[in-house]
Design a protein. Structure first.
Length: 201
């Protein structure tokens, strides 16, 4: 039997982290000997945190539900016309604590991470500015995770004592969920970076 190219993501000492990600999505040890087929798309469903573009409407619906049920103040950042169209599908939102802030540019999933440097009026950069200015306490995005990381780095900077930013994700571990940091932002990690990831987590 030929050696599978996908072995590079499932075998060897350096792939322990990748195997942990695969196991978190439901794979078992016997699956690691089978072919892994990649389907080209603008997202990778097996990596936690990535959301398909068709689900963007549900994110606005979730924001509306949060505002209705808990009265949480929500700021939606994006191309105003597109956001308004999604809000219109949610019924009457006029009395909800939801503000729409226009961002004239978009960083697409397929764009390079550094696109945020050129697109200063992208929803990512506008959102980070809102946090920096104190108008928002947090920023969440279902878009290009590398670009989100870059926008946070340029817009907010690093935490003192942290040399590398990191991505985190909640894993449905048993009996209690756990936060994994880092889940792929850094390909080469020094021991001190791992300590910093643990501190942030």
């Amino acid at each position: 039997m030929p050696v599978l190219r996908s072995r590079t993501t499932t075998h060897g000492r350096n792939m322990a982290g990748a195997r942990a990600l695969w196991r978190a999505t439901g794979m078992v040890d016997s699956d690691f000997g089978k072919p892994i087929v990649a389907i080209a798309n603008s997202f990778t469903q097996f990596v936690p945190g990535h959301v398909h573009l068709r689900d963007m409407g549900s994110l606005v619906a979730g924001a509306v539900a949060e505002a209705r049920e808990r009265g949480t103040e929500i700021i939606l950042v994006g191309v105003r016309e597109a956001v308004a169209a999604e809000l219109a599908r949610q019924g009457d939102t006029t009395n909800l604590p939801i503000e729409v802030i226009h961002a004239s540019e978009v960083v697409a999933m397929e764009e390079h991470t550094m696109a945020v440097k050129a697109k200063k009026d992208s929803s990512l950069m506008v959102g980070m500015r809102l946090v920096k200015e104190g108008r928002a306490q947090a920023f969440a995005s279902a878009g290009n995770s590398g670009a989100v990381m870059a926008a946070a780095l340029f817009g907010l900077g690093r935490i003192r004592g942290v040399e590398r930013p990191a991505l985190g994700s909640i894993y449905p571990a048993s009996p209690n969920p756990c936060l994994i940091v880092d889940i792929g932002a850094n390909a080469d990690c020094k021991p001190e970076y791992l300590v910093q990831f643990a501190t942030m987590g």
